[in-house]
Ligand binder design. Structure first.
Ligand code: NAD
Length: 257
């Protein structure tokens, strides 16, 4: 079944660090053609060297996806390199800061929404024609996977309400796209992490981190490598060809409402 991944063209936004980077590595291990994206390239030259030795092929495309035009250019650049798209993983995103409601201004709102909502909307819009065509040519489903969050189910922590509701928007619009594009053989699923040990949590005090661990039944943060296989499962027709419109929680047992 994993043979299906050889040569699969997988564009992963926000894959220069954290969950996206671990996911890129896993797809490369199984021979996929991977587009790596972040605001800049992969910082660690050892990782670049390691990726070069894996069975798959990769190219790096730096782009700030808060701008619609940059999303369009990223899709076109990836297709120019690999000839089409079989899987789009919308993973770029982030908290974008915390603010109590009464201090939120337009700049804060625009930043959080552009990062977590506009990027997913525009990347998917520009990728759809290629995903449709790849599904037609191969006769198997193609896939859009987006990174949601437990915050999209529970509203997010105090000061992170715009982020939490932006992720809820991502969860919800996938269900709309299922209705519009299932006829084209494109599947849409969400990977929804709980607390994963990445730069996302940098800057928190040890006391806050311990409180978070205490709220997780498994008693620890997850590793990016423990999230990556869920994308692989949902991207592979042979594993998940009849799964669409779902949210898969990867959270060590935190109860997602
Ligand atoms: P991370 O900070 O390590 O990764 C974020 C990635 O997004 C990086 O590659 C970064 O370059 C990229 N990025 C940020 N802004 C961008 C922009 N404007 N344009 C293009 N790329 C941009 O953090 P992570 O934890 O790996 O986050 C990945 C995803 O997981 C995010 O969508 C985040 O909201 C989500 N998430 C993380 C957690 C967690 O606990 N770590 C929990 C739930 C959801």
């Amino acid at each position: 079944m994993l043979k299906e991944l050889q040569g699969k063209r997988v564009l992963i936004t926000g894959s220069t660090t954290g969950i996206g980077l671990a996911t890129a590595r896993l797809f490369l291990q199984y021979g996929a053609c991977v587009g790596i994206n972040g605001r800049r390239g992969i910082d660690d030259p050892q990782v670049v060297e390691e990726f070069g030795r894996l069975p798959g092929e990769f190219s790096t495309f730096s782009a700030d996806l808060t701008r619609s035009e940059n999303c369009r250019q990223l899709v076109e650049a990836f297709v120019g390199r690999f000839g089409g798209i079989d899987v789009l993983i919308n993973n770029a995103g982030g908290l974008g800061g915390r603010s109590p409601l009464e201090k939120i201004d337009d700049a804060f709102y625009d930043h959080v929404m552009d990062l977590n909502v506009r990027s997913v909307l525009m990347m998917t819009k520009f990728a759809i024609p290629y995903l449709r065509e790849a599904a037609r040519q191969t006769g198997i489903t193609t896939a859009v996977l987006s990174t949601g969050s437990i915050a999209g189910r529970d509203g997010g922590g105090i000061g992170a309400g715009v982020y939490g509701s932006a992720k809820a928007w991502v969860h919800d619009i996938h269900r709309n796209w299922v209705k519009e594009f299932s006829k084209d053989n494109i599947r849409f699923n969400i990977v929804s992490p709980g607390s994963i040990d990445t730069a996302f949590h940098h800057g928190k005090s040890e006391e806050v981190l311990q409180k978070m661990r205490d709220s997780i039944p498994m008693g620890r943060f997850g590793a990016s490598e423990e999230v990556a296989p869920t994308y692989l499962f949902l991207a592979t027709h042979a594993f998940s060809g009849y799964i669409t419109g779902q949210i898969v929680d990867v959270n060590g047992g935190q109860m997602a409402p």
